[in-house]
Design a protein around this ligand. Structure first.
Ligand code: 5GP
Length: 176
């Protein structure tokens, strides 16, 4: 059985926020060439829910970047593991991320995507940690600002586990 963790952000709050973000993005991207790009693997549940909350035609693609390994601290080095499958030229890319902490990952991915000559490039993250405020990170849409604790669930893992929790929870120290 999955352990029952105390939710930091409940299923209901996630759903409500996803709908709000979907409405906002639908407004902002009218008559654009929207390409939603998920950063694998953590963003999968958020990506799946968010694209259904966007009431516009859109395309999807994926990239995979690794930075954490099996640790709760960033290795400080991001590495592209899987690149986009299709051309992004002249598309309005919306990069969909689960969590921005130091901003290293998102900045690395943005630099890479800029080389693909998109018409525009924006970022939506479900969660934002205060660490990113210290660095030069631009995030256009934010679901929730949280503290510095290591969180799991709704796509977020610890050593590849807990991604299937439907809510976001702080990982208790005894489980690390
Ligand atoms: P950054 O490069 O912004 O420091 O970290 C971003 C990446 O680190 C995210 O894509 C995510 O994979 C991972 N990450 C950062 N904070 C957390 C956290 O609290 N929990 C989990 N599971 N992953 C995190």
């Amino acid at each position: 059985m999955l352990p029952e963790l105390q939710p930091l952000i409940t299923v209901e709050r996630i759903q409500q926020k996803v709908n709000e973000l979907g409405d906002q993005i639908s407004n902002d991207y009218k008559n654009k060439n929207l390409l939603c790009v998920a950063i694998l693997k953590g963003a999968i549940p958020f990506f799946a829910d968010l694209i259904q909350a966007i009431q516009l035609p859109l395309e999807t693609d994926f990239i995979c970047v690794s930075s954490y390994g099996n640790d709760t601290k960033s290795s400080g080095v991001a590495k592209m593991v899987l690149d986009l499958g299709h051309s992004a030229e002249a598309k309005d890319i919306l990069l969909i991320e689960d969590i921005v902490d130091t901003g290293l990952t998102i900045n690395y991915v943005l630099e890479n995507l800029k080389t693909k000559k998109p018409a525009s490039l924006k970022v939506v993250t479900l969660l934002l940690k205060p660490g990113s405020l210290k660095n030069d990170v631009t995030v256009d849409y934010v679901g929730f600002e949280i503290g510095n604790d290591f969180v799991v669930g709704y796509g977020l893992d610890y050593a590849e586990k807990y991604r299937n929790l439907p809510y976001v929870a702080i990982l208790p120290k005894e489980l690390i």
